[in-house]
Design a protein around this ligand. Structure first.
Ligand code: ADP
Length: 453
């Protein structure tokens, strides 16, 4: 038996046991009380009946009759004179009876009195009824009954109670074992499942556990397992991609360094090779920088420090930065931005977003095309669109371009210096600003990125 079953079972047991004991105790007490009460009042009534007959006809004949009647029962009648002298008894008078008769109080009511009711200690229970003829007490009718009868009755009752108690204890145990199983089984299953998950086995097979909290917990564990699996696969893919990305420039660097080192390489060639090595090294350091950024975003250790930024100046300064590269490609950039708008953004991070988008627009467009950056306020939300007339993104690639290392045309993009990390960084930064980014594109027409803040 596991710990939780034992704990719940024990709690159930203690609670029910306590309840049952209390109710049994009160029931037992009540039954005994009413039984004893019945016996006592029956005895008194019997005495009163004799008394009534005697009041109607106080004759030897009647008295003998009564004595005879009582001699055959388990009760005993004693008739006394007003001065407690014993006049008649149906059976032998014991010392205890004499003591009880002596302690009879003075003013016994006409309806009689119980003289002894201690059925546990005394040998008899007893009652007395006064015989009143012509307003004068003519004597007393004493009734005695051995307490043994009551004792037998009660010990029979106790036996029944004991049996009932034991039986219900047994049933209780069976029910508790069953109930505990029902309650704890799903919990134990879940605990085993989570252990398996932590050991790397994500094939969770929990049965349907209903719609209550336990069912919800089961569902959460399933979701958690699949999330963890996705995360693990993503991490493996990511590591594979990184090593691949690092290997390519390193191969170039190694290869060209090798050739440049050779004695027969001319000074001109050597310069060319060193140039390539330098370019590859720049790419590598760019890649490492981006990876570092991503790692920081994943750990949430980077902070967005928002400040009020004048948007027009912000965009103008970015455009200044990219215009030499655009000029080189004979591309035109058009900016449309409200002149008086301020927005709460982190200027350094947001500049990275716009620079990445503009860099992509430049990389994936032909010369003599234009890029339009438009900033608009729609329903109190800021819409920033970066639109190009480039080669576009095929619809099947569109949903994946924000993934890390995802590139539409692997060989071409690499030649353009793309790592496939740019857009995933953009997306994370926009989301860290509390915004969203969407993309629309058609092949050979152009691509539009829309940021909503
Ligand atoms: P990269 O560093 O390769 O540009 P990104 O994450 O920035 O990586 O972009 C992912 C891929 O999406 C790119 O390889 C490219 O194929 C495609 N892409 C991004 N922006 C554009 C664009 N403006 N026009 C066409 N294709 C684009």
């Amino acid at each position: 038996m596991n710990k939780i079953s034992f704990k719940i079972g024990l709690l159930f047991f203690l609670a029910i046991f306590l309840l049952e004991s209390i109710s049994m105790f009160f029931l037992h007490d009540n039954i005994i009380h009413s039984r004893v009460h019945d016996e006592l009042s029956a005895l008194q009534t019997r005495g009163n009946n004799h008394r009534e007959i005697l009041e109607a006809s106080y004759h030897d004949e009647t008295i003998r009759h009564i004595a005879m009647m009582e001699a055959r029962t388990d009760t005993q009648v004693i008739l006394t004179t007003p001065a407690d002298g014993i006049y008649m008894s149906s059976n032998k008078v014991t010392d205890e009876m004499k003591t009880i008769i002596k302690t009879t109080p003075k003013n016994v009511p006409h309806d009689g009195l119980i003289l002894e009711d201690d059925w546990k200690k005394a040998t008899y229970i007893a009652s007395v009824s006064p015989i009143v003829i012509d307003h004068k007490i003519n004597g007393y009718v004493y009734m005695f009954q051995s307490t043994q009868k009551i004792k037998d009755l009660i010990s029979g009752l106790n036996r029944h109670f004991l049996l009932a108690g034991l039986l219900s204890l047994l049933f209780m145990m069976i029910i508790i074992v069953f109930l505990t199983r029902v309650v704890t089984h799903p919990l134990i299953q879940m605990s085993e499942t989570t252990k398996r998950i932590s050991n790397g086995d994500f094939s969770v097979s929990l049965p349907k556990l209903g719609k209550d909290e336990i069912g919800e917990l089961g569902e959460s564990i399933k979701v958690l397992a699949s999330d963890l699996e996705i995360l693990k696969n993503e991490r493996n893919e990511f590591l594979a991609s990184i090593s691949h990305e690092l290997r390519t420039p390193l191969t170039y660097i190694k290869g060209y360094a090798e050739i440049a080192r050779r004695g027969e390489t001319t000074a001109g060639d050597r310069d060319k090779y060193l140039g390539i090595i330098f370019e590859e090294a720049v790419k590598l350091s760019q890649l490492v920088k981006e990876l570092f950024n991503l790692a920081k975003m994943d750990e949430n250790t980077f902070s967005i420090e928002k400040e009020k930024v004048h948007l027009l100046s912000f965009f103008q300064s970015i455009i200044e930065k990219v215009s030499p590269a655009l000029k080189e490609n004979h591309m035109e950039l058009i900016l449309a931005c409200p002149s008086e708008h301020y927005e709460e953004i982190d200027p350094i991070r947001f500049e990275q977003v716009i620079l990445n988008l503009l860099d992509n627009a430049r990389k994936y467009s032909e010369p003599n095309t234009k890029i339009v950056v438009e900033v608009r306020l729609v329903d109190a939300k800021l819409h920033i669109t970066v639109q190009d007339e480039g080669k576009g993104i095929p619809p099947e690639d569109l949903p994946r371009i924000f993934e890390r290392f995802y590139r539409v045309d692997k060989s071409r993009t690499r030649a353009l210096g793309g790592s496939g990390l740019g857009l995933s960084i953009v997306k994370q930064l926009v989301e860290a600003h509390g915004g969203t980014i969407e993309v629309f594109s058609s092949v050979d027409v152009g691509t539009t990125f829309n940021i909503i803040l």
